[in-house]
Design a protein around this ligand. Structure first.
Ligand code: DGT
Ligand code: CA
Ligand code: CA
Length: 586
């Protein structure tokens, strides 16, 4: 962790994180939608939010370096000005204006499952709903079902949702957001006098898809001085607990950060302990006991004698094991695998030869075909599949047969100009309710790669949803199923689907499944990616990039692949294109 971090004092503006900027734009878009503002303007704010979320660096830092935001895809002068305003003030006047004229309860209603800003607007405009109480009354009186596209089933479900005393789930941060905070914290920590090594441990280091809190480790001779100085981090809202070598704080955004300061000779042991997982720690400690050793956060001990502790590898070596990669430390068989010398050689970002899932401006992306190809090539890829949406995805401006045919021509012309790089003709074709595809076979036959996905009818039973996916794969033009469960982290669970059957069905038909690397999807997840690997189904790791910067999200998919024990050979796009082409032939 420490090796790729430059020690730097954080700029004064680190307080504004990319996630804060994105949240402001999402909120603005939502409120404008309730007001019925111009859809293009609303979409522009959503796209800006997504672009900011995808940035590999803090916007505040870019601003400090004098970079121009209007160079980013989908960001014009006006949006660039707004980003600057947020970076400098932490606020956006335009949002405050809209907030001032929106009833606050109305804005909160969009958090009710099933209620988006469009429906909230209708409820307000037609039924005069201004609060949760108003809505319960309207639904109970049967007035909601009479609205166009609401219906009785929706009304009943809404009533149930509104009345359910849902337990408040503790909020977990998605990895890229956690990274922003972790980088800034480590930057601050490393700038403190006397700090030697630093690392972010816990679920963050294991690359779980979301993290509950950040566990930071530092080594220093004077622990108490470092712990005290850390508590003065500018973003700290509250100190939860403080001891001589440990401090727990809550940041202004609610994120908890645990810091432990240890001496250098305990660094490895503490890193093992705080990286976890708890289940892995317990299993490791048990293994230690079997060797007559005590393993804790201070070191590995035989009686009073310390045998190891300075480096992680020493700790594992003390019980006869090689170093286990953090992503595997979940007590899912990694200790036995290590003991038997069969730890997987985990896939890395540099193993990937190309990306099989990206969008362009033709559907809902922000960059052009050429820009995407250029950016992919600059990443060192040999190929890039252009997989814009098909027509059924109307909100995403999906391509009809005519537009896709035109894109095919465009790609062929582009390939004629490029050497050493290949743009693949592809499509993310919608799977319709009955399992049929949204585009004619004759057109699909002209594509290099066909990725099929569900973007509608999430309410079917697991059996029906599974049958729908299997039916789609029956079409021999289909190669890959994108984001197989459709979940959106922190927003919605996936549609119900029998993943074992889906995996077996893919195997039987010679199809592949995707690990969608977008940090809000990460779908398939680690567990099911591993199940697919074990069933002999290769996984395609796709960025689902909607702009050139989005290509960088691929690493989050690789993280989950690693958590799923995947090696380069288990991944489709670690192979050169001619080999993939052979495997796609059905
Ligand atoms: P999170 O924060 O919910 O995403 O997950 P973690 O894994 O980061 O969990 P956290 O922050 O509660 O604790 C960090 C690490 O500290 C955890 O992975 C293992 C270690 N740890 C915490 N509590 C215990 C414990 O009771 N026993 C053992 N052996 N280790 C623990
Ligand atoms: Ca944690
Ligand atoms: Ca913790």
């Amino acid at each position: 962790m420490t090796d790729n971090l430059v020690s730097r004092a954080p700029p004064a503006s680190t307080a504004v994180h990319n996630s804060d900027i994105a949240e402001i734009f999402y909120r603005l878009a939502e409120l404008l939608e309730i007001e019925g503002a111009n859809p293009f303007r609303i979409r522009a704010y959503r796209r800006a939010a997504a672009t900011i979320e995808d940035l590999p660096r803090p916007a505040a830092e870019m601003l400090a370096r004098g970079e121009d935001f209007s160079d980013l895809p989908g960001i014009g002068e006006d949006l660039a000005g707004k980003i600057i305003e947020i970076c400098e003030t932490g606020r956006l006047g335009a949002l405050q204006e809209v907030e001032a004229r929106t009833p606050s309860d109305l804005a909160r209603l969009t958090a009710v499952p099933g209620l988006g800003p469009k429906r909230v607007k209708v409820l307000h405009d037609v039924l005069g709903v201004r609060s949760v109480e108003d809505l319960i009354a309207a639904a109970a009186a049967g007035r909601v079902r009479k609205l166009p596209r609401f219906g009785e089933v929706f009304e009943q479900r809404l009533l149930k949702e509104l009345k359910a005393a849902r337990p408040v789930e503790p909020e977990r941060l998605r990895l890229p957001v956690a990274e922003e905070y972790a980088d800034a914290l480590v930057g601050f920590l490393s700038s403190l006098p006397g700090v030697r090594q630093t690392a972010v441990a816990g679920s963050y280091r294991r690359r779980r898809e979301t993290v509950g809190d950040l566990d930071i480790l530092a080594t220093a001779a004077d622990g108490p001085a470092v712990a005290a100085a850390f508590a003065s981090y500018p973003e700290v809202a509250r100190i939860v607990a403080q001891g001589p070598t440990r401090v727990t704080v809550l940041l202004r955004n609610g994120l908890q950060v645990d810091l432990r300061v240890v001496p250098d000779e305990s660094y490895g042991a503490a890193l093992v302990y705080f990286t976890g997982s708890k289940a892995h720690n317990i299993a490791l400690r048990k293994l230690g006991l079997a060797h007559g050793l005590k393993i804790n956060e201070y070191g590995v001990f035989h009686g009073e004698r310390r045998l190891a502790g300075g480096a992680e590898a020493e700790v594992y070596r003390a019980v006869g094991l090689p170093l286990i990669p953090p992503e595997l430390r979940e007590d899912r068989g990694e200790l036995a695998a290590a003991a038997e010398g069969r730890l997987p050689e985990l896939v890395t970002v540099s193993d990937l030869k190309g990306d099989l899932h990206v969008h362009t401006r033709a559907s809902d992306g922000k960059s052009t075909l050429e820009e995407m190809a250029e950016a992919a090539r600059a990443r060192g890829y040999a190929y890039l599949a252009i997989s814009d949406h098909s027509r059924h995805a109307t909100v995403a401006h999906g391509l009809d047969p005519k537009r896709l045919a035109a894109q095919i021509d465009e790609i062929e012309a582009l390939n004629a100009r490029l050497s050493g790089f290949r743009v693949l003709k592809s499509c993310e074709v919608d799977i319709l309710k009955d399992g049929k595809l949204d585009l004619p076979d004759a057109l699909l036959a002209r594509l290099d790669v066909v990725t099929a996905a569900i973007h509608s009818e999430f309410d079917l039973t697991a059996a029906a949803q599974t049958a729908r996916l299997l039916k789609a794969m029956d079409n021999r033009h289909v190669h890959i199923i994108a984001h197989p469960t459709g979940r959106l982290l922190g927003e919605r669970a996936g549609y119900p689907v029998e993943l074992d059957q889906l995996i077996a069905g893919a195997k039987a038909r010679g199809c592949f499944l995707e690990i969608n690397a977008h940090p809000s999807r990460l779908d398939l997840d680690d567990i099911h990616a591993r199940a697919a690997k074990e069933a002999g189904v290769l996984l395609a790791i796709g960025s689902d990039a909607h702009s050139t910067v989005g290509l960088g999200n691929i690493r989050f998919g690789v993280d989950q692949a690693r958590r799923g024990w995947l090696e380069a050979k288990d991944v489709l796009n670690t192979r050169p294109w001619p080999e993939i082409a052979r495997r796609l032939a059905r």
